[in-house]
Design a binder for this molecule. Sequence first.
Ligand SMILES: Cc1cc2nc3c(=O)[nH]c(=O)nc-3n(C[C@H](O)[C@H](O)[C@H](O)COP(=O)(O)OP(=O)(O)OC[C@H]3O[C@@H](n4cnc5c(N)ncnc54)[C@H](O)[C@@H]3O)c2cc1C
Length: 378
Amino acid sequence: MSTNVAVIGGGINGAGIAWELARRGYEVTLFEKGRCGEQTSSRTTKMIHGGLRYLEHLHFGLVRESLRDRAWLIEHAPQLVHPMEILLPIYEDSPRRKTTIRTGLVLYDLLAGRQNIARHRSWSAAEMLETAPLVPAGLRGGFSYWDAQVDDYRLVRTVVSSAIRDGATVRENTEVTSIRRDGDSWLVRTVSDENRFALVVNAAGPWMTQFLAQNSIRASYVLSLVRGSHIILRRPVSEKGLLLQSIGDRRVFFALPWKGGTLVGTTEVVHREPLDAVRPSDEEIEYLVARFNRYFANPITRSDVAGSFAGVRPLVGRATNPGAIGRDYRVVRKGNLVNVFGGKMTTFLSLSRKVAMRVDNYFGAPRVAREPVFDVVK
Ligand SMILES: Cc1cc2nc3c(=O)[nH]c(=O)nc-3n(C[C@H](O)[C@H](O)[C@H](O)COP(=O)(O)OP(=O)(O)OC[C@H]3O[C@@H](n4cnc5c(N)ncnc54)[C@H](O)[C@@H]3O)c2cc1C
């Protein structure tokens, strides 16, 4: 029986899956309609994180898995993923109380266990003001904790080249226009040809629902498309990252050192526009500028914004309140079709292993993957 596998979508998840399958000895072809990593996977907040915020929604499993994957990436991809201390200032009108945040941070440390980077600590208002140019009025001190920062695009490119080195075929600029069952296999049609595969893994990210509908395949989960935008400031604000609480909507947002400037984001807006032209709206940029100015002593205007970008999160669930939808992912196998719904950048390794286990199940025997060793950074 042939065991060749097609993976559709060259974001972090499709690239990770192709790499994992190649290391298990499958003959794997990854199809990407543009360049790998140029969609959602290069428009992130650049954090490899457990997701402190997810503890509010009691998503302990996802946080624990993310913290495990975070530790592995810091150890094995130090050129791309490095620890970062994040300050969490608390103001008198902050929507969450100090005790609530302390409880979350204690739990975060506990869930990281021995793989923790360092434990959280408390800061006085004076210490915070020495470290970051914050507005002093109403500052009640706060905390710091540790997560990691990633060069997201280069991580995808490195995973892709690792997959190629380990035997995968990668076809960029090759859109899959349809998949069609033929006996026990799939005929995968692209813009230029048609090939037969024993199994298809669909990792089209935000395009998933659209792709399944076009091929008359029922989706097991509803995906909500939620846009997140960022602005980049030319000047650095602090050597440490900052996690700030937005008053009014209870959202949190980051101000992070990034390539000599500062990355500020993100937003959460239901995305109704086409998926091939995702960009921040004027309102989102105004929102980020206003939120930044609430907390930093040197206010900015739009002329300080050197750049901006947006991506669309494919979130599992319905978006009545985009902020409340979990970041958990689902892997569903129906016969020889595996669909991946959702998935953070941080957890691509765990997700890829779960997909590969479903692929093993289909072919009837578990395979052991060779150790993942990153190719030289691209
Ligand atoms: C604003 C924002 C901030 C985020 N911040 C973080 C963060 O800090 N940390 C974190 O861990 N996660 C973060 N995430 C989540 C993370 O970025 C995404 O969940 C992840 O990148 C999704 O990867 P993917 O491979 O599923 O999707 P994508 O990267 O979108 O890849 C899907 C690919 O499929 C291709 N494709 C679609 N249809 C076809 C077809 N028919 N044929 C061929 N190719 C096709 C597309 O071109 C695309 O490249 C963030 C997401 C957003 C939007």
